[in-house]
Ligand binder design. Structure first.
Ligand SMILES: [Zn+2]
Length: 137
């Protein structure tokens, strides 16, 4: 699929409800879901596509049609055969960003990942401070 032109990207952002407070400094696109500092077109387009991808994955997970793969081990996270309640086992499409001025994760990026139950258990078991858990009903 060919890359869209800047004009086409602007049209799609506007259709999705984004607003542009352009001035002599450039374009400042704002996402309706998280108003704040405006983004240049390239960053707004990237953010728009990630939001769209997230929404598509959320729908697919809800409908249990998504193929969710663990980022750590590559396992398919689909529920075991016969389990009609859960769609997937583990942490599905989790997101995390670094705190302000973070040096470990950086405060300018959002990380998206999924971890299967086996990998979560291995992480829990490797913790210096034991992870708390409790029964639920
Ligand atoms: Zn895994």
């Amino acid at each position: 699929m060919p890359e869209l032109t800047k004009r086409q990207k602007r049209i799609r952002l506007k259709k999705a409800g984004w607003t542009n407070a352009a001035n002599s400094m450039g374009e400042f696109w704002t996402n309706p879901a998280s108003p704040g500092v405006g983004l240049p077109l390239s960053m707004a387009w990237l953010h728009y596509n990630l939001m769209k991808k997230d929404q598509e994955l959320k729908e697919a997970v809800k409908n249990k049609t998504a193929k969710v793969i663990c980022n750590k081990c590559g396992a398919d996270m689909a529920a075991l055969e016969g389990d009609t309640h859960m769609g997937y086992y583990g942490l599905v499409n989790a997101k995390v960003s670094g705190g302000y001025c973070s040096t470990a994760l950086s405060d300018a990026f959002i990380y998206r990942f999924s971890l299967c139950e086996k990998c979560l258990k291995a992480i829990f078991d490797s913790c210096t401070i034991p992870v708390e858990y409790e029964p639920y009903m």
